[in-house]
Design a protein around this ligand. Structure first.
Ligand code: ASP
Length: 347
């Protein structure tokens, strides 16, 4: 029996939804997210919900095909995230949000739980699939992270799929930038008076920032974990801003001894709390279950500090945990039986 443990919420800390999913043979498993935020039945139309569910299922099936065929967890993570990156619904790849300068600067990372190797890119502007570039940084360079112009040069040098930056234009993200700029003038006024405004008013980031970062964690037939995350960052982010998603230990982490994690939410909080690694550390040093570790991390590193967001976690035995303190998180999982399960709301 592999337990699936549900949401932690600001509104219902005590009502996590715990279910057990029977698994007949040695488990392989894939868990994905497509961002967390103000996702409620009142804010998501049935049509949009159906589109999200269908995308989550397609990502799960893409990763499942890899795992079912005996492929590695890292390959499954890349396969699932690519589906999201090619879908304009998500804030990753094609649907990336705009910076304050009206550009798209993409971040992604991946970590292999067996080898502890990791790769990341930040501020890449010409890669169709940033997760593929992060994977190449891990496999084909001696570094962990390449940034900005260097990351774009690496895309070219490795002959990875390049696109013109205009590929990332979507009208709905552009409209989000326009309304975010009207509202967030105060937050972006780094004149010394408002330098803590991200911490003081995280909700205002979320008014126009519907999240949509994507991530995947997988356990393969050989018992190896992997985690990956891909994002356009935050709408209206300042020039050069890098969030948690490409930072190993903040937005992404995997260790076969403990857990694989991918995060989503206001990255500044995840960076300050090293949220992904914090879950692993609670399991490693305090011997907590994945469920308890995630609950504690969300409470102490996010909720207590006014941070908003969520994460997916998969431990080395196949236990799955979804943790978020927002109203909803696009998420899902698939196991040996090949049946994708997509979820949107807290209940
Ligand atoms: N964590 C991402 C960032 O701060 C955004 C998100 O997850 O929506 O860049």
């Amino acid at each position: 029996m592999v337990p699936i443990v549900g949401a932690t919420s600001l509104l219902a800390q005590a009502s996590s939804d715990t279910r057990s999913i029977p698994v007949d043979s040695p488990a392989f498993s894939l868990v994905v997210h497509g961002g967390s935020g103000t996702i409620t039945r009142a804010t998501v139309t049935p049509e949009l919900e159906a589109q999200y569910r269908s995308a989550i299922e397609r990502a799960l099936l893409a990763g499942h095909a890899v795992l079912h065929a005996g492929g590695s967890s890292t390959d499954a993570v890349v396969a699932a995230i690519r589906v999201f990156e090619d879908d304009p619904l998500f804030n990753a790849g094609k649907g990336a949000v705009f910076t304050s300068e009206g550009k798209n600067e993409l971040d992604a990372s991946i970590m292999d739980g067996k080898t502890h190797m990791a790769g990341a890119v930040s501020g890449v502007t010409t890669a169709k699939n940033p997760i593929v570039v992060a994977r190449a940084v891990m496999d084909k360079s001696k570094h962990v992270m390449l940034a900005s112009a260097g990351a774009d040069a690496f895309v070219k040098a490795q002959k990875l799929e390049q696109v013109d930056p205009s590929y990332f234009f979507t009208q709905h993200r552009w409209d989000q930038l326009q309304s975010a700029q009207k509202r967030e003038m105060v937050e972006l006024d780094f004149d010394g008076k408002t330098e803590n405004s991200y911490a003081q008013a995280p909700q205002s980031w979320e008014i126009d920032h519907k999240y949509g970062t994507v991530g995947a964690v997988a356990l393969d037939r050989d018992g190896n974990l992997a985690a990956g995350t891909s994002t356009g960052g935050l709408t209206n982010k300042l020039y050069g801003r890098v969030g948690d998603s490409p930072v190993i230990g903040a937005g992404t982490y995997a260790d076969n001894a403990t857990v694989a994690i991918s995060c989503t939410g206001t990255g500044e909080f995840f960076m300050r709390g090293l949220v992904a690694y914090d879950v692993a550390a609670r399991m490693k040093y305090s011997k907590l279950s994945v469920s308890d570790a995630v609950d504690q991390t969300i409470q102490t590193e996010l909720t207590d500090k006014n941070g908003r967001g969520g994460l997916i976690a998969l431990d080395a035995k196949g236990n799955i945990k979804f943790g978020f303190n927002t109203e909803g998180m696009y998420r899902g999982y698939i196991q040996n039986d090949g049946k994708p399960v997509a979820m949107v709301y807290r209940d």
